[in-house]
Ligand binder design. Structure first.
Ligand SMILES: Cc1cc2nc3c(=O)[nH]c(=O)nc-3n(C[C@H](O)[C@H](O)[C@H](O)COP(=O)(O)OP(=O)(O)OC[C@H]3O[C@@H](n4cnc5c(N)ncnc54)[C@H](O)[C@@H]3O)c2cc1C
Length: 574
């Protein structure tokens, strides 16, 4: 985070609110979770800060200029309370269809409503149809007076009860199909009470205070102006809006990771055993370095993907799916490893730090489920294997877009959402640019500016990426019965994407990074490459695992937040 950004201002405000009897104070956060109560005061504080305006693109009158800024804002909230972050942030997801496909009048009106504090939910899922959107039964039929009549239920909807508005995916052609659905922005305030019924709050494993409920419509008539985009264009619109939401939603994972890492480092520094501090046991130190590496990988991927929404917009169908599959998975693993180090304190709900560790461990599970599960996102990548194979062979890439997406501080163009596509005909520039980036790293070794061992790791990543593409090329297309091997390959492709994102980011920033930072001796790059290679070549992972111990030294010395971007310390480096 850089001085003067909205995220820094929000962080300063939340520091005042996360102590004493403030709405983000750990004791209160834990109490509300135990009572399964919505964090009203916390969400009210976020509203008073003006967070809602950051959910509205500037072209529609809001303050959302750059998606990386929204990621930074949500991360700031999520590292204090994931329930509040998800409860408040849902409004961005609810508005996304309107930002992508609504008319200017619809978008401006919704923007004004959101800036005034209106909550918007997003109704895609139904009780009997989770990810299978084409099976949705909630219907919208034309009435004789040119309105639309909604009947049916959406279930497991965040803020369905508390929200004033809801974006609803409805079947508008009885035969369904890709052109058989439409999106409606339904204003509950304008419906008679008889037209809808909010369903009871479901009890949940994590984010226990959140309003996870549903809504059932009975002959709910909405005006034609509630239709967002074209009639029949609902599936396409949702798939494009998901590219925005999947990219930024991983901010919740970053915040959860910040919180879990801070709690564990504090614990390991305080806890005494065998007349030493836990943190001084080598076997305890390494997992801290490994956890920090997972956070850095997640941060690198999220940074590149959120910048790519602006700079590589036509590739967002891939970058969003890769990011939503990779980040929550790697942070789930990280939290689980940290839980081992926390020992009993990870399991007790009020003995250490108000039991916040077990809360964040439970809360974070939802990030890999909603907005398209990890498997759904991997399936979206699998569908694009043929183009990825071709484009990698040709080393095709959007060089300017790639440079902008991976250069911290480079000015970002406005995200032109009309350029979002259902598939990326250009493939994925981040991965396709890896061979050229590895050559650049090699030349830095020759100039004495990079340890050879790090360049060797990058070469190993390049070889592993070649091998992944060869296996992808051999994978027969199977749109319906996708074999498990394809999912395994998609997971490996994510690791290639993550490693490539790190290489580009490091190369494009190292010269401007301050002396003594994680950047100058390539410490973070080395750790991340060792980590992704352990995934890609588990039989003989190259590199020195001692790099995790060196990173642990940095983490243990870091008070508060450990972050790649914070360490970059470049004006505008977000
Ligand atoms: C706390 C919470 C909040 C939620 N909020 C919202 C909300 O605000 N709006 C909304 O619309 N929905 C919301 N949901 C619903 C959520 O998006 C769905 O639950 C989610 O899409 C997954 O669906 P499912 O697990 O219910 O069922 P299914 O989609 O049937 O999934 C069952 C299993 O099949 C797997 N699977 C699905 N598709 C594939 C595939 N193509 N290939 C391989 N495996 C696959 C899944 O990964 C999962 O393991 C919420 C859910 C929860 C739990």
């Amino acid at each position: 985070m850089n001085p003067g950004t909205p995220a820094v201002a929000l962080d300063a405000r939340l520091r005042e609110l996360d102590t004493g009897d403030g709405p983000f104070a750990p004791a209160l956060v834990a109490k509300l979770d135990r009572e399964e109560a919505f964090p009203d005061a916390a969400c009210q504080a976020l509203e008073s800060f003006g967070l809602g305006a950051h959910y509205v693109p500037t072209r529609h009158g809001g303050r959302l200029a750059h998606y990386p800024e929204l990621v930074a804002l949500w991360r700031t909230v999520a590292r204090r309370d994931l329930t509040a972050a998800i409860g408040h942030g849902k409004t961005f997801l609810g508005g996304a269809c309107t930002w992508v496909g609504g008319s200017p009048e619809q978008a401006v009106a919704l923007g004004q409503d959101v800036a005034r504090g209106a909550r918007v939910s997003w109704g895609l899922t139904e009780r009997h149809h989770g990810s299978d959107l084409l099976a949705g039964e909630l219907s919208a039929t034309r009435t004789v007076d040119g309105r639309w009549r909604l009947n049916g239920e959406k279930w497991l909807i965040n803020n369905a009860t508390r929200g004033e508005l809801i974006s609803v995916l409805a079947r508008t052609d009885a035969n369904g199909g890709p052109r058989g659905f439409s999106v409606f922005l339904v204003d509950k305030r304008q419906l008679p009470p008889s037209a809808f019924r909010c369903l009871p709050k479901e009890r949940t494993h994590g984010i226990r205070g959140a309003d996870i409920s549903g809504i059932a419509f009975t002959d709910a008539d909405v005006p034609d102006t509630a239709l967002v985009g074209k009639a029949g264009g609902g599936i396409e619109l949702v798939l494009k809006a998901l590219q925005l939401t999947r990219t930024v939603a991983v901010a919740m994972s970053l915040g959860a990771a910040d919180q879990a890492l801070r709690l564990t480092v504090d614990f390991a520094k305080e806890h005494q055993l065998y007349e030493r501090r836990l943190v001084d046991l080598p076997r305890a130190r390494r997992p801290l370095g490994e956890a920090a590496t997972q956070l850095l990988l997640a941060e690198a991927v999220s940074t590149v993907a959120s910048r790519a929404l602006h700079a590589l917009t036509p590739e967002a169908s891939l970058t969003s799916a890769l990011t939503k599959a990779f980040v929550p998975t790697v942070i789930n693993e990280m939290i689980s490893q940290l839980a081992d180090l926390m020992g009993a304190r990870s399991f007790l709900s009020d003995v250490y730090a108000h039991g916040l560790f077990q809360k964040v461990e439970r809360d974070h599970r939802i990030i890999a489920i909603f907005d398209g599960s990890t498997l759904v996102n991997r399936n979206a990548v699998i569908n694009q294997f043929p183009v990825l194979v071709r484009a990698f062979r040709q080393e095709r890439r959007d060089a300017d877009g790639l440079a902008t997406a991976t250069t911290l501080g480079a000015p970002l163009p406005e995200a032109d959402l009309s350029r979002l596509g259902l598939v990326s005909t250009a493939g994925c520039s981040v991965v396709q640019g890896l061979p050229a980036a590895v050559l650049r790293l090699q030349s830095l070794v020759e100039q004495g500016a990079l340890p050879k061992a790090v360049a060797d790791l990058a070469h190993a990543l390049k070889r592993a990426t070649d091998a992944v593409h060869q296996r992808m090329a051999a994978q027969p297309p199977s749109p319906r019965d996708v074999p498990p091997e394809a999912f395994h390959l998609a997971e490996h492709y994510e690791a290639c994407f993550a490693g490539a994102a790190c290489v580009h980011l490091w190369l494009n920033h190292v010269e401007r990074a301050p002396e003594g930072s994680l950047w100058r001796d390539a410490l973070w790059l080395e750790a991340c490459l060792v980590r992704v290679l352990s995934r890609l070549t588990p039989e003989a992972p190259p590199g020195d695992p001692g790099v995790f111990d060196r990173l642990a030294d940095v983490v243990v010395d870091t008070a508060g937040v450990f972050s790649l971007l914070a360490d970059a310390r470049t004006e505008g480096a977000s």
